[in-house]
Design a protein around this ligand. Structure first.
Ligand code: RIB
Length: 340
């Protein structure tokens, strides 16, 4: 027997008031005397009335829900960002639906279509990394903030970090420690953050008069395995690097593991720098020198930007770039000149 759904009408009859009075008490849309309001709240409690969120959202044309799509919510960077988004949503009276694209364009698009169908009020998208006409079309249907990775041809608010300066600072730090052969493990080729970090790596080498050597740059995937395999390849070179800049923390941790498997100590035999400064960076041994992204600020600001966009859908798109910062820990040290 289906449970009888308690309606506003039931509450009004129990409280001895009109249904509009009950609605005003629930939605706070008009003053109701304390005495009447108390009678309504008592009737709601006695009948265990639950306001119907779907009905309210149809009435108000809002669901008080945001959607979010990230490439890999198991990566601490995206997990920490999503947590900051959810914290901000909660404080603003919103719910969050988090989905995962697994770095797949088709799955990213499918997730966005589902979130649009669920009538989310706004969307926060950490994209797989490419703009497309399909993506352009679907993003026109929902107020959107693109975070972390820039999408060409997409008219949407964008929140990024200074990846170039981060890559530059990481590499200059290693150069100042005396390293001359510095390897680089990149992220996926389609992502703008990885390309910008490598450009910073190249600028620091160039400013120090050091050559850019293709053999010292290996393609990674922002995953532990990509860092492990990348470091294995670099450390197997006839003239291996004495330092490695990995374009994210997960790959830097993989590189440290690969060095250990080859009997190389970090930092004594090999210095390693990462990028993100997730919880991994402090928990790994040795603690990771890395480039910090303001992850909590990114999540908070992205949420505030999309809520602002919901209120002002026709304002021109906003683009913000937050600074990155080198955090020196124990995975880097000065090169000991032992004639290598
Ligand atoms: O660790 C995941 C990486 O993907 C981060 O560096 C972030 O910037 C994203 O691009």
């Amino acid at each position: 027997m289906p449970r009888h759904l308690v309606t506003i009408r039931d509450v009004a009859q129990r409280a001895g008031v009109s249904t509009s009075t009950v609605s005003h008490v629930i939605n706070g849309t008009r003053f109701v005397s304390p005495e009447l309001a108390e009678r309504v709240r008592e009737a709601m409690a006695e009948l265990r009335y639950q306001p119907n969120a779907v009905a309210r959202s149809l009435r108000r044309r809002e669901t008080l829900t945001l959607g979010m799509v990230v490439p890999d919510n198991a990566n601490p960077f995206f997990a920490m960002m999503a947590r900051a988004v959810e914290d901000t949503c909660y404080r603003q009276g919103y719910s969050l639906i988090l989905t995962n694209s697994e770095g797949d364009l088709g799955r990213e698009l499918a997730n966005i279509n589902v979130l649009v169908a669920k009538q989310v009020d706004g969307l926060i998208l950490a994209a797989v990394g490419l703009g497309s006409r399909d993506l352009q079309r679907v993003l026109r249907q929902v107020p959107t903030v693109v975070v972390d990775r820039e999408l060409s041809g997409i008219q949407a608010d964008t929140l990024l970090v200074d990846n170039f300066d981060g890559g530059y600072q990481a590499t200059r730090h290693l150069i100042e420690l005396g390293h001359r052969r510095i390897g680089c493990i990149t992220g996926p080729s389609v992502t703008t953050p990885s390309a910008e970090r490598v450009t910073g790596y190249r600028r620091a080498l160039s400013e120090a008069g050091l050559p850019y050597e293709e053999t010292l740059v290996v393609r990674g995937d922002f995953q532990f395995a990509g860092g492990y395999e990348g470091a294995q390849a670099l450390l197997s070179l006839p003239q291996p690097p004495t330092a490695i800049f990995a374009c994210n923390d997960l790959m830097a941790v993989g590189a440290i593991a690969a060095a250990a498997a080859l009997g190389r100590r970090v930092p004594d035999d090999l210095s390693v720098v990462g990028f993100d400064d997730t919880i991994l960076a402090s928990y790994v041994t040795p603690a990771l020198t890395t480039v910090a992204q303001p992850i909590a600020d990114i999540g908070r600001l992205a949420t505030e930007m999309v809520l602002q966009r919901v209120q002002a859908p026709t304002d021109p798109p906003v683009r913000r770039v937050l600074p990155t910062r080198l955090v020196i820990r124990q995975s880097t040290r000065a090169l000991v000149d032992d004639g290598r």
